[in-house]
Design a binder for this molecule. Sequence first.
Ligand SMILES: [Cu+2]
Length: 172
Amino acid sequence: MKKVVLMGFLGLASASLTVAAANEGHMKHHAQAGEQHPATATADAPVSQDVTISSCWIRSLPLPAPSAGYFMVKNSGAQAVKLVGAASESYGMVMLHQTTHEDGLSKMSMAHAIDIPAGSELEFKPGGYHAMLEKPHTTITVGSTVTMDFLLDNGQKASAQCEVKPANTKAH
Ligand SMILES: [Cu+2]
């Protein structure tokens, strides 16, 4: 039962959230998932003219916890797209996650294809969708900028410059 309570705290992202709780929650989550996640390849993908990523920031957490990335996705095109993956040269692995709330508890799960309807925006934010950034190649320092690429189901990508912020940041 203890793990459920910890993950509940994590999803709330409330002022009472401590770094220690976030750290443990993420580690337990990933230890349990046990899935294999192939790294998303974005290097050769053409840049989308319709989909843009803005206001991207990364919550820096102490190692070995993964960091979480938040941003706004905008699809100004006439076609619906799906966000199907993400990658960063600064991390060995980036995954799309969704925190969901049920019966007063929250949990994280993999999000394999996230709909971005034509003309719409979707915010990735604490307590909802987020990018989970694992296996940093170097120390990711607060105040630095990390490039992230987001892969779409049409084979195109959208890129973002993400600002690294302290662990206790609540919103951008
Ligand atoms: Cu996550």
